[in-house]
Design a protein around this ligand. Structure first.
Ligand SMILES: Cc1cc2nc3c(=O)[nH]c(=O)nc-3n(C[C@H](O)[C@H](O)[C@H](O)COP(=O)(O)OP(=O)(O)OC[C@H]3O[C@@H](n4cnc5c(N)ncnc54)[C@H](O)[C@@H]3O)c2cc1C
Length: 408
């Protein structure tokens, strides 16, 4: 005899647990299959163990936090917003609060508390959770799904794929959902690491690891054409570029792209040239490095830039040749970094790509190809900026599916 459940959820991350709990709360019999010995392993490492659940403010501000895919999330985000999420956890004795930047965390600052609430809700509503059961195969017959794990077979009326993406594979998210969805006929938008540091060719700032800049202007060029622009904070690491501005841009970069960074945002090339000429005219006897320190750039960064230009550290402004001055201005206003790639899955916080959104109903998360199949959370072709946007997307898409399951 094969065990039958009205709903099977594959994956016990935030999306799967939340969807399972809500669907079971509406009276559906739910089996949740989790491949690891425990649920929510990635959730436990979110926000450095503090779990940045969502973001403060108007839910409409969220729509532009998912690259080019925010439009798909409008309905689920509106129907289960950041405020609804805060109310949901608060009513279950886990108060949440924003920090000064608007990121919302549990007041306890413990991701484990968030997981406890989700597991308690599953328990209360009667979700059956099977641990250590990796789903290997799913099939659809006329009215049922057939689900095979390494050790058992199950059948269900509805199936929810909540297996997450491929980042941090040690937590259990190894991209299984992409092949499961593909086996049922879904297209998978090419996947890759996102919210991840960017590696560059001949990286010249390894020695400056730890130095950060705020509010820089970042422009991405492909085959000589500007394909993305943006701004944000940057951090030099030993091996490349990181920091929020870089992480957010990482979903768009391809090897061979050129990332031009202005370390003096708001100062165009001509303006900086004129300003520098003026400053040298007034203080030509001063060393170039001290003239440049007037732009509030870190001293070690200035020293490295002069080194890259083969200029002596004690060169005075009056002795800076025009050609080198122009190169200096170019470096400060549009330093060209040639992208060699990104960090790997062990560094990426999320996955770009996934189950194609064209084939999912944005109001219910039900497949437009296979009736009663739902895809939620990071397995979808959605990746958000840092700041709580990924977990909010996981919870909102999970709620959309749970509400639809409740009507069956
Ligand atoms: C270091 C780090 C920090 C982060 N911090 C934040 C943050 O502060 N705020 C934020 O919004 N986002 C954050 N994220 C992103 C966020 O954690 C994810 O977007 C979110 O966990 C996705 O939820 P999910 O339920 O879709 O998938 P996951 O959390 O990946 O869960 C998927 C589950 O499915 C299971 N599974 C996989 N394959 C199978 C299978 N074949 N059979 C059975 N089970 C399976 C996995 O074991 C896992 O338990 C962070 C990510 C990382 C890596």
């Amino acid at each position: 005899m094969v065990d039958y459940y009205p709903v099977i959820v594959i994956g016990g991350g935030p999306a799967g647990l939340f969807c399972g709990a809500e669907a079971a709360g509406s009276g559906q019999g739910v089996l949740l299959l989790e491949k690891m010995p425990s649920c929510g392993r990635k959730l436990l490492v979110t926000g450095s163990g503090q779990c940045n659940l969502t973001h403060d403010g108007d839910i409409r501000d969220f729509f532009k936090k998912y690259g080019d895919h925010g439009a798909f999330l409008r309905s689920p985000l509106r129907k289960f917003s950041n405020h609804d999420l805060v109310a949901w956890f608060t009513s279950r004795d886990l108060p949440l609060a924003p920090d000064e930047s608007g990121k919302i965390f549990p007041k306890s600052r413990k991701a484990a508390d968030v997981l406890s609430v989700l597991l308690a809700e599953c328990r209360k509503n009667g979700v059956v959770i099977q641990y250590g059961e990796a789903v290997k195969e799913v099939r659809r017959s006329d009215t049922k799904f057939h689900v095979r794990t390494g050790t058992a077979e199950y059948e269900s009326g509805a199936l929810v794929i909540a297996t997450g993406g491929s980042s941090y594979p040690a937590t259990g998210s190894t991209g299984d959902g992409f092949s499961l969805a593909a086996s049922l006929g879904h297209h998978i938008a090419p996947v890759g690491p996102a919210l991840v540091p960017i590696r560059v060719r001949d990286y010249p700032f390894g020695e400056l690891s730890g130095i950060s800049f705020e509010g820089l202007s970042l422009s991405l060029f492909r085959e000589g054409r500007k394909v993305r622009g943006g701004g944000g904070d940057l951090l030099f690491t030993h091996t490349g570029l990181s920091g929020p501005g870089i992480l957010h841009l990482s979903r768009f970069v391809l090897p061979g792209d050129t990332l031009k960074i202005s370390f003096l945002p708001g100062m165009r090339q001509e303006l900086l040239t004129k300003d520098l000429v003026d400053r040298i005219a007034v203080s030509g006897t001063k060393q170039v490095k001290s003239i440049l320190s007037g732009y509030s750039l870190p001293a070690r960064f200035i020293a490295r830039i002069l080194e890259l230009l083969d200029l002596p550290a004690d060169l005075t402004g009056a002795h800076l040749p025009k050609k080198e001055r122009e190169e200096l201005v170019g470096m400060l206003t549009a330093f060209p970094f040639v992208v060699s790639g990104t960090g790997d899955w062990n560094e990426a916080m999320v996955t770009r790509g996934g189950v194609s959104l064209d084939e999912i109903d944005p109001t219910t998360m039900e497949s437009l190809i296979v009736p009663c199949l739902y895809c939620i959370g990071e397995v979808l072709d959605i990746d958000g900026d840092t700041g709580g946007y990924n977990l909010q997307a996981a919870f909102s898409t999970a709620m959309a599916a749970a509400r639809d399951l409740a009507t069956r």
